[in-house]
Design a protein around this ligand. Sequence first.
Ligand code: GDP
Ligand code: MG
Length: 740
Amino acid sequence: MQATVALAGNPNSGKTTLFNELTGARQHVGNYPGVTVEKKEGTYTHRDFLLHVVDLPGTYSLTAYSLEEVVARDYLVNEKPEVVINIVDSSNLERNLYLAVQFLEMGIPVCIALNMIDVAKKRGIEINADKLSKLLGVPVIPTIARTGQGKTELMESAAHIVQARKRYPALKISYGDDVDRAMLTMEEEIATNGFLTDTYPVRWIALKYMEKDEQILNLGRKLNPELSTRLEAMVQKVSNHLLNTLDTYPEAMIADQRYGYINSILKQGVIYQKYDPNRLYSSDKIDKVLTNRFLGPIIMLVVIAGLFHLVFTYSAAPVGWLESFFDWLGHSLYTILPDGLLRSLIVSGIIDGVGGVLGFVPLIMFMFFGIAFLEDSGYLARVAFMLDRVFRIFGLHGSSVMAFIVSGGIAGGCAVPGVMATRTLKSPRERMATLLTVPFMNCGAKLPVFALLIAAFFARYEAAIMFGITLGAWAGALLVAKLLRVTVIKGASTPFVMELPPYRMPTFKGLAIHTWERTWQYVKKAGTVILGFSIILWAMMTFPVLPESNMAEFESRRQSLLDSVPGSVRAELQRAGTGPGLSGAALNFQKQLRQIDYAEAEAGLRHSVAGRIGTALESVSHWAGFDWRTNIALIGGFAAKEVMVSTLGTAYSLGEVDPEESGSLSMTLARDPGWSPLMALGLIVFTMFYAPCFVSVVCISKESGSWKWGAFAIVFNTLLAFGLAVLIFQTGSALGVLLS
Ligand code: GDP
Ligand code: MG
């Protein structure tokens, strides 16, 4: 067997020493074409194989910053050696692995020589080569180049790589949310245009654009100036964004994340430093506490519970102000506008619908601010790191954690980007399990539903219930993932490593921008999708209107009530209107009149399209305690979960005609005899787990490559949710708890 082996590594890692040790006298020295960089070549023979060995120039990186880097990279790309031996200085492992990561990012077959282990040992550093090999997914062989120790084993594993002809998929690491998202779009452009893809992996080209690699940029500009300009503009956009939010550049961000990746590998028992504690960096010191086996999880729970507590405490007042504002607006328009369909559309359809959703903007904003803080500071990555161990048990990946968090794992996210985020998962099975379970997280759209029900029935336990909902969502997602992984998508897990970027103090400006971006998306959704669905659902709840004969019947009931009123009361009402200080008889009359109005409105709602659907579903939904109005809201929730709030708002404002007595929707629900805390609890659980919203279903179908999975998500999730809601309602009713 014959093959070419390239020796690569940082300067002074022992490349030349190893090269001499391998080739002895069988070597010759020349130059790389066109440059004055020395090129040493030689041969190594062992048993039945003959390896052609090339000593590459020493480099720290594969970015075209220096001549050595360009030469080394060009050689790898153009000559395509069958295998690269990356010589690593073990006494300086973290820094040396930076180059190794870049080989892996290029998808080059690599074998690592853990050189100078004698030096490392002298400095009190112990390295677990097997563990490192498992985590990186490449052979790692300890060597001492100076004595030739380990060289045979090294060459054997290099030869093995050649013989096995294994394909190496390029390593995908996350470069932070902003860069990742831009890279995904860039990769799509690059792949569809076949831009430089003959020579380089797609993601790597995007990465080099992100790093502003002169060589690739020049190549790209020549090949396809129009596309190159577009890619550069995308990079510029992320660049500006990073500068504004995190005060950093894509290049720095990428380097940080690569070191984060290395860092988290080393933290998993790969390296053990017996002494020399001065080498600890401050991020390491913080991590000693925050990711400690025992303290870490406790701190994590405290931090998240604290976040909820702060968010609910400080958002209560502004949420109240907004709610009263929309109440006031509704009442004012109700008095100004003439009775009829237009008034009903504006007050019941639009204001109650959209207002119900917008009322929660302060809460959402506080939540986003808290999450932005955790994310920008680097703590969120630690949360993912700690949960990794747990996730493996359920057949998921550490990087599933990020997808879950994006979807609302801490509260306030969206399953759509969550489903997208699963693209970074390398194993298809774990990816499927993740994308089918991210909709269980508490996305920003479910928050207003929870907030409404909590305010109505569990006001005193807000933070505790919210915390429980969060834990419940995770438990549900993990158990379902496990179920899926042992049934429809079974198979082995892939070893995996996460990035642990250094901690940094978030800037207020950065937090403000991140918060605003997400809040604005929410507001935009309220103004477009939600507005649209509010109007459609209002129409479904209004048409067909009651037949004339039924209306006439209510009119005649009203008339006969009026006829029965004594003249004195009628005079009093004409004088004082609806103001305070009415006599008992007058109040009684008003109440009776209201009851007729209410009955008419309810008859109208039941007669409508939505009412008929809701009523038809009641025969099943009563097992969970849901009445026909709740059913209407749940159907609306399939369009978008916030629509549940607006639909309940519309349903209850259509059925309730007395603006003087009406308060916020949560008060209305709390007062309604058809509702109980138990039913609200069942509804919360149902909302957590039932069918993902329409947009998520589309995304799941697209990402999984089949509409069958989208349909699966709708049917499976709804059945699961219904089962849970019935269980809660029936058990609670039997035990007689939470009934009022
Ligand atoms: P290069 O820059 O990567 O080509 O590194 P060299 O091969 O020139 O080695 C740099 C220095 O490290 C030389 O003084 C070598 O003798 C020394 N060296 C190389 N490998 C080892 C090793 O495994 N153990 C020890 N103790 N020294 C080594
Ligand atoms: Mg050298």
